[in-house]
Design a protein around this ligand. Structure first.
Ligand code: CA
Length: 227
C-alpha cells in the first residue's frame, strides 16, 4: 500500500443490499473492494488477498464478526472496523478484546464510515512506515534496508528480522527463546545457538569493532540487548 486512496478493502456483510451499497460507495471513493457474505468466506479472502483494511459485520451466520476479528488479529496487523447493530453488541465489541481498530453503529452514514476507514488506514500507514533508529543504525521497515551512518548494509532476511526485533525492543534484554519464537517462529526446532550465530554475523556487518560491540550487547545468562 502506497497511499490510502489505493487501498484494498475487504467487506464482510451478510445483508446483500447493505453489502452492495458499501461496495459501490467505497469503489466510488477510489478503493479496491473485495466482498464476502460469511465469516468463513471472509477469512479465506483475507488470507489469500491480503487486504489493507477489513470492515466486518458483527452478526454473521456461522463464524461471526467478533470471532473472525480475533482470528485475523492473531495473523496480521490489518486494520479492522466492526459494524454493530445493537446496543448489546456495542458492549461486546468494546468489552471483549477483539483487537478491532474501530467500530461503527448501524445505521451509519456512508461519509461517517468513509471517514473512519480513512483514519484507520492513515494510522496503519504511519505504524508500518516506521524507521527504526538506534545510534547510527537505521532500519527502514518499508524499504527493507539497513544503514550504518551513510553506509548501506546488506542483511539476509533472518538477520533483518532479528535486527528489527532487537531495535523494536531497544534497551530490553531478549532471551534466545524469545528471539527464536519471534524471528524463526514458535515451531522452530533447530539449535537455539542459531541466535548466537546470527548475532555474530550482525556484529560483523554493523559494528565497527565486532569484538567490542557498541550496539549489540550480550547479557550473560540472559540473552541480547540492543541500545
Ligand atoms: Ca449481519
Amino acid at each position: 500500500m502506497t497511499k490510502p486512496e489505493s487501498a484494498r478493502i475487504l467487506i464482510v456483510e451478510d445483508e446483500q443490499i447493505l453489502l452492495d451499497l458499501l461496495a459501490q460507495h467505497l469503489q466510488k471513493e477510489g478503493y479496491a473492494v473485495i466482498t464476502a457474505q460469511s465469516g468463513e468466506e471472509g477469512l479465506e479472502l483475507a488470507r489469500s488477498q491480503h487486504p489493507d483494511l477489513c470492515v466486518l459485520d458483527v452478526m454473521l451466520p456461522g463464524l461471526d464478526g467478533l470471532s473472525l476479528c480475533r482470528i485475523l488479529r492473531r495473523e496480521s496487523n490489518v486494520p479492522i472496523i466492526l459494524l454493530t447493530a445493537r446496543a448489546s453488541e456495542i458492549d461486546r465489541v468494546i468489552g471483549l478484546d477483539t483487537g478491532a481498530d474501530d467500530y461503527v453503529v448501524k445505521p451509519f452514514s456512508l461519509p461517517e464510515l468513509t471517514a473512519r476507514i480513512r483514519a484507520a488506514l492513515r494510522r496503519s500507514l504511519q505504524r508500518n512506515s516506521g524507521l527504526l533508529r538506534v545510534g547510527d543504525v537505521m532500519l527502514d521497515l518499508m524499504a527493507h534496508r539497513v544503514f550504518v551512518g551513510e553506509r548501506e548494509v546488506k542483511l539476509t532476511p533472518k538477520e533483518f528480522e532479528l535486527l528489527a526485533t532487537l531495535m523494536r525492543n531497544r534497551g530490553v534484554v531478549l532471551s534466545r527463546e524469545a528471539l527464536i519464537s519471534q524471528v524463526w517462529g514458535y515451531d522452530f526446532n533447530g539449535d537455539i545457538r542459531t541466535v548466537d550465530v546470527h548475532i555474530r554475523w550482525l556484529r560483523e556487518k554493523l559494528e565497527e569493532d565486532p569484538a567490542n560491540p557498541k550496539h549489540l550487547h550480550t547479557v550473560r545468562g540472559v540473552g541480547y540487548r540492543m541500545d
